[in-house]
Design a protein around this ligand. Sequence first.
Ligand SMILES: Cc1ncc(COP(=O)(O)O)c(C=O)c1O
Length: 443
Amino acid sequence: MAKLAINGAEKTIPAGLHKAWPPINQDDKDAVMRVLDRGILWGPMEKEVLGLQKEFAEYIGAKHALVVNSGTAALHAAVVAAGIGPGDEVITPAYSFWATSQAIMAHNGIPVFVDIDPDSMNMDPSKIEEKITDRTKALLPVHVHGLCADMDPIMKIASKYNLKVIEDAAQAAGAKYKGKNAGVLGDIAGFSLNGSKNLPAGEGGIVTTNDDKLMDRARKMAMFGEKAIPKGHIRLYDAEIMGFNYRNNEMGDALCRSMLKRYDQLQAGRAELCEYLNAELIKIKGVRPPQVPDGYVHAWHLYKLRVYPEQLGITDIHVKRFRWAIHKALQQEGCDLFEWHNMPVPSQKVFLNKDAYGKGCPWECHLADPKWKDYQYDPFNYPACVDMFDRSFCINPIYPPNDLKLMGLYVEAFNKVFDNLDEVIEFSKDIDFPTMPGENREI
Ligand SMILES: Cc1ncc(COP(=O)(O)O)c(C=O)c1O
């Protein structure tokens, strides 16, 4: 008789048990209503934006915080503040959301991709130096999933070659590296406040830095290129650099301030669920949960695990096919899972076709190294990244008010699926799954 839901058996996790993110309470509602009652909905010097900037800067121990309207805007402002421009090269990991590269390319810079460290899934510091050229201006590590990149070697390389370090901390509010918070580990950082993030404002972002000059330039970027004018002073409408309207709105900022008040509690809830999953899933042969190295505090934005059929003696089925069969079998058991990307950033069409904003830019800009004109991106230049994609998927509901009881059902579903691999392997023969561009492997 079938044991697994893929073959008609009862699901492990009944419908209706999952709770959505974010958990909005009465304080959050009151905070947003106070803005609507006040009637001031926007402005770079208004109560909520100034409050959020002060409170977030205090929270992570930064001298400055600038609230903007997305994580992408925060990174773009940070890139420009760091002085990146046409033809400049910025070294960044091949595994991220593509907004990281977008922020570089938006000022006609060129992202130069580095493979990931197979353990942390973050940029591999040992692969950075080989990519440095006389055009390299900055390193842009990503604290992926909420785990800080290994910043000591990254900062050492930056100081050796006189490079700026921009942290993509979009997923990492509350993450720590050797006692210091994400957001103050490099020269400047960008956070995301998108609704999916641990600290949400609906949409939004924050630039943080300890450097007055960098913040001054980031502020101009967020204000059409104009100098920030204190409240009550006359605005000159005199743009000094290319800038944008990257201001956020007061309602989102008020919501975010309200959630920041209980952020430690929300983060503790995530840590409890993820640590429980780690302790239980490690017991299942063939499953590798995410690791937290000593000296790190994980912000647990995403929980990405990997599967190793080789450890189970399964070598006649491609790891990617095996992983998709496991993934789909768990979904049928009622698990809420997702991939968070299917390919390295440089395999996305924008890179393969080298068509960003037309006319060959940034690769054919006259200020770029001529080598970029004929450069061909190839996903298989990043083998650790490809291996990670082959083996991995994310468990979604790792946030409160989901609880240990629900996580217990996830562990039960994993055990059930891994105890009945004969059914999974049969199922795997016939399943569809996405392939990467340029993939001509036998899968
Ligand atoms: C690593 C990373 N960088 C940048 C961003 C961009 O943030 P936003 O969506 O707020 O523009 C995200 C958002 O998902 C992200 O995960």
